[in-house]
Design a protein around this ligand. Structure first.
Ligand code: ABN
Length: 175
């Protein structure tokens, strides 16, 4: 027990000899300043921003080609080719785009401009059946039965089976 006491005494004395009161206070000051500045350091919050985008479904859907709310689909009627092995603007392998189409004008929320969009059907395979989407934004009253988007545009193709629909930007609308 004595030797333990002696060891503690010696180490306390040597510590006291090596450190001044001023250096202890300076170290304490540095510690407190560091703790106060820690919340001000730059922190990568991008993962939090992504989570916020996902939790605001309206915004995320307007950017997602597999969602019916995607901005280019404002006048589409059919199965989205982006859910059928193609993309928002290209037909899946084994199908061919219809030469006759339905045309719409959609506003891109990213730049606030109106784009002229062609909705081509992809033909030559049985109906895809995924991601059915029917939007008719700013549609004018129908004056002829054939004048709406609920038409199989594959009718002019050699293989008239309807598979899915794409949306192809033709140009930007000038005001
Ligand atoms: N334009 C898509 C489509 C195809 C078949 C029937 C109705 C609509």
């Amino acid at each position: 027990m004595r030797s333990l006491d002696r060891w503690f005494e010696q180490s306390s004395r040597s510590l006291a000899q090596q450190t001044s009161r001023r250096s202890v206070l300076a170290g304490l000051g540095r510690l407190l300043t560091g703790a106060a500045l820690l919340p001000l350091l730059p922190i990568d919050r991008s993962s939090r921003a992504e989570a916020a985008a996902e939790s605001s479904p309206g915004k995320a859907a307007a950017d997602n080609p597999e969602s019916c709310e995607y901005w280019k689909y404002c006048a589409i009627d059919g199965f989205l080719c982006s859910c059928c092995g193609g993309s928002s603007h290209s037909c899946p392998p084994g199908t061919a785009p219809s030469p006759i189409t339905w045309i719409g004008t959609c506003r891109n929320p990213a730049d606030g401009r109106d784009y002229i969009v062609s909705y081509n059907d992809c033909c030559g395979k049985a109906s895809c059946g995924n991601c059915e989407c029917n939007r008719n934004e700013r549609e004018k009253p129908m004056y002829r039965l054939s004048r709406n988007n609920d038409v199989n545009w594959c009718m002019a193709n050699a293989e008239s089976n309807y598979h899915c629909s794409v949306s192809v930007i033709l140009g930007v609308s000038e005001q």
